[in-house]
Design a binder for this molecule. Structure first.
Ligand SMILES: [Fe+2]
Ligand SMILES: [Fe+2]
Length: 188
């Protein structure tokens, strides 16, 4: 991709006309995925997730968007309920506090087990959901959360969530390494 094209995309991102997920530069606003979650993406509850760091390298908003998009794609491929997968994916980590602070304050209740329930309550306040969406949000950490998933889509989100965590952590590493070398070794 040319420098000019990169600059053009950066400008569109700034203007809110280009949204992409980790691992792809494609504008998801021009895909069949976008209309399924457009209303949720515009809600304050989802927008506010941008204020929280997630998996050290990204924001909770970006993580939820990643899970939503890849969940949609995979469920579509498997002929499952892709629309519910997209909407539940976007809301699966809908909690508005710092994860590390929670862990320091309530060490006895593991965050990995607790937050699906918090997200489910927040999502229920936001929209009416079907049973599949509720199952996906409430059990996305299975088997950490004990009840077994009821739907195939819930098994899919448990995998997609972990896949996204890995790419969110690994993909920025070459850029971080380049920056480190530039700043620390060459003092640029
Ligand atoms: Fe989660
Ligand atoms: Fe997650």
């Amino acid at each position: 991709m040319t420098k000019a094209r990169k600059a053009e995309i950066a400008k569109l991102i700034e203007q809110g006309k280009w949204i992409h997920v980790t691992g792809s530069r494609k504008n998801i606003m021009q895909t069949e995925f976008y209309p399924v979650v457009r209303d949720l993406l515009r809600s304050d509850a989802v927008q506010e997730l941008s204020a929280f760091t997630h998996h050290k390298m990204t924001t909770r908003y970006q993580h939820c968007l990643n899970v939503s998009y890849y969940n949609f794609k995979l469920c579509k491929m498997l002929h499952l309920d892709a629309d519910s997968a997209a909407r539940a994916g976007l809301l699966h980590d809908l909690y508005h506090y710092d994860t590390a602070k929670y862990t320091r304050s309530f060490p006895a209740v593991r965050h990995s087990r607790n937050h699906p329930e918090v997200a489910l309550r927040a999502a229920e306040k936001l929209i009416d959901m079907n049973d599949r969406e509720r199952d996906m949000i409430g059990k996305h950490m299975w088997p950490v959360t004990v009840p077994r998933p009821k739907y195939a889509e819930t098994y899919v989100i448990t995998v997609v969530d972990k896949y996204c965590a890995v790419i969110e952590y690994l993909l920025p590493q070459p850029a971080r390494l380049r920056r480190y070398v530039r700043e620390k070794l060459f003092r640029q």
